[in-house]
Write a protein that binds this ligand. Structure first.
Ligand code: FAD
Length: 547
């Protein structure tokens, strides 16, 4: 990591003097141990994926010190979390919980409110509390990463019996990713759907501890097997929110399906998108296509080779189509506009049935080609997809971030039905805004089950202020354009949360009014992650914090 001196000094939270803040931090050190509270008062420690900073976003869209923590706390137990919540209520200091803090593309470890105290749960609360080989479930603490869970299954000799589901990068937290409703690429890829029961510290002055679902029983063995329990299903209010601090979570593990086989198809023209999406829809809904279907643009396939864009094109503005097409000619996919990555699960005879249907359907697109995996070298990106779709964590996906110097990225991710006309509308609006901003368009359509997320990753130079501003404008324009057509985002970056929340405005913003009511009831002093997902506590609301 390199160190950059702070230009704006210690980020004291708004509404408290520096002296009172320092005295409160002193008090917290007495409660939790001096070594478990760090003041962030001299420099910004930058890093990379493996040694990521926990005080700010290592891929900042705005100036780094805009969303910066004043201090970091490392609780070692649920009681420590409760003590910290009581402390925050007493001093009216905002807390920002992270599990690992690798939420890259969505704000990393940064708090929305400058000067918040980061509650880094993962550093010390990182135990796998249970792996149940009969029920195929686990119970984890916030610091358990996808890698750690995977390695523990191998260590216990269970790796052949059960799989985890991992996002494209395996260094994130199972809890953090699931709470942000992240996705992976086996049939268990919808992480929120696969969780079962939470333990949560509530943000009010009493710091009450609750368990949801079957965890609400006093004992028993059903917490991890049935997510709903009795009465209102309250889990949802703790995901993409600021209503509680999750300290434990149950999660399903996937039985080894008894075989698997990755496949890759290429399609020659950009205009193949709409008919192809219409072919994918019935196959995905009926589970012939069994995992998140990924249809990636040719330029993204080129960028994941890990080279800077200047290797291919030195001009300004988006890389021209003839350039990326020519470069693809010498790669495993050959020249193409779209690449489909998928996996079929089960024993060979089961796979054969599904793969034959897929083959005949995909070949309805003129010029479609199946690439034979046996022709691919071991370092081809296809094998990274193969590992991820079979539950083995990986890092290769990070390579496309090298497209720009000081590579950072931010995503535009609207949801639509799996329909050709929707895909075309979203693709065209993204293309128009990228061309205006002079930014390369690298879309991937990720098909969940009945919906798809278009994931457009804007890769930008985080040291180039002008480019950061163009990336932000491009994002904001796309969000507005999509909303005007009736599409909303599934997840977004900290800096864009107010805007995205504002698009969910049916019936005079009734949904946000309900969220505000919940926020004020659960967090009357407004100490927990103010502004996250556009939800502001009363103390901040309509006082100029919204971006
Ligand atoms: P954290 O940063 O710990 O948590 C995420 C957020 O949840 C926090 O900011 C916080 O607001 C909240 N939170 C966390 N823990 C708690 C808690 N205990 N209580 C209350 N609130 C909490 N993501 C995907 O989902 N799928 C992908 O395939 C994927 N691919 C990526 C590829 C690349 C190249 C990059 C750079 C990123 C990718 N991401 C992807 C985004 C991101 O890296 C992952 O989602 C990652 O798992 C999130 O970070 P984390 O797990 O460390 O969560």
């Amino acid at each position: 990591p390199d160190f950059v001196p702070l230009t704006r000094g210690l980020a004291v939270p708004q509404g408290i003097s520096k002296a009172s803040f320092l005295s409160a931090v002193h008090h917290l050190k007495a409660l939790l141990g001096t070594e478990n509270v760090e003041l962030n008062d001299t420099e910004i420690k930058n890093g990379w994926y493996m040694e990521h900073p926990n005080t700010h976003d290592m891929m900042p869209l705005l100036h780094t010190e805009e969303f910066l923590a004043s201090a970091v706390v490392y609780p070692g137990s649920v009681q420590d979390v409760q003590l910290t919540v009581k402390w925050a209520n007493k001093h009216l200091i905002p807390l920002h919980p992270i599990s690992i803090g690798r939420n890259l593309g969505y704000g990393g470890a940064a708090p929305r409110v400058r000067g918040s105290v980061t509650l880094d749960l993962g550093r010390r609360m990182n135990k796998i509390l249970d792996i149940n080989a009969e029920d195929y479930t686990c119970l984890v603490e916030p610091g358990v990463t996808f890698y750690a869970l995977y390695e523990e299954l191998q260590r216990r000799g269970l790796g052949d019996k059960m799989w985890i589901d991992t996002p494209d990068l395996g260094g994130g937290s199972v809890i953090g990713n699931t709470l942000d409703r992240g996705v992976g690429y086996t049939p268990y890829g919808d992480h929120w759907a696969m969780h079962s029961g939470l333990e949560v510290v509530l943000p009010g002055p009493e710091a009450n501890l609750v368990r949801t679902g079957m965890g609400g029983l006093d004992g028993g063995n059903t917490w991890q097997v049935f997510p709903y329990g009795f009465g209102p299903s309250s889990d949802g209010i703790f995901s993409q929110s600021n209503f509680g601090i999750v300290t434990k979570m149950g999660m399903a593990l996937m039985p080894n399906p008894g075989g698997y086989e990755s496949f890759m198809y290429t399609f020659p023209r950009e205009s193949d998108l709409a008919p192809l999406i219409d072919i994918i829809r019935p196959l995905r809904i009926s589970n012939i296509l069994e995992n998140v279907a990924q249809l990636r643009h040719g330029l993204q396939t080129l960028s994941v080779k890990g080279h800077p864009r200047t290797k291919f094109y030195k001009g300004s503005g988006p890389v021209p189509e003839n350039v990326w097409r020519k470069e693809l000619q010498d790669t495993a996919t050959g020249e193409c506009a779209w690449v489909y990555y998928g996996m079929s699960y089960g024993p060979a005879h089961i796979r054969k049935y599904k793969l034959d249907v897929i083959h005949s359907e995909f070949l309805r697109i003129p010029g479609a080609k199946k690439i034979d995996p046996s022709t691919l070298p071991a370092d081809e990106y296809f094998w990274s997809r193969d590992r991820i779709a079979s539950g083995t964590p990986d890092f290769e996906e990070l390579l496309w971030v090298n497209w720009m110097p000081n590579g950072a990225h931010i995503a535009f991710s609207p949801v639509s039905p799996i329909r050709g006309p929707d895909a075309t509308k979203l693709y065209e609006l993204a293309k128009k805004r990228h061309d205006e901003a002079g930014i390369d368009l690298m879309p991937a359509f990720c098909v969940g089950l009945r919906e798809m997320h278009l994931i457009v990753e804007i890769v930008f130079d985080s040291e180039d202020e002008g480019m950061r501003a163009r990336a932000e404008k491009c994002l904001r324009d796309m969000i507005d354009d999509a909303a005007a057509l009736g599409y909303g985002e599934y997840r977004t970056h900290l800096a864009l949360m107010d805007q995205v929340a504002g698009t969910y405005n049916w019936n005079d913003g009734a949904l946000m009014k309900m969220n505000n009511t919940l926020k004020d009831a659960l967090d009357p002093n407004g100490i927990l992650a103010p502004g996250r997902c556009g939800i502001w506590p009363a103390r901040y609301r309509n006082r100029g914090w919204e971006l």
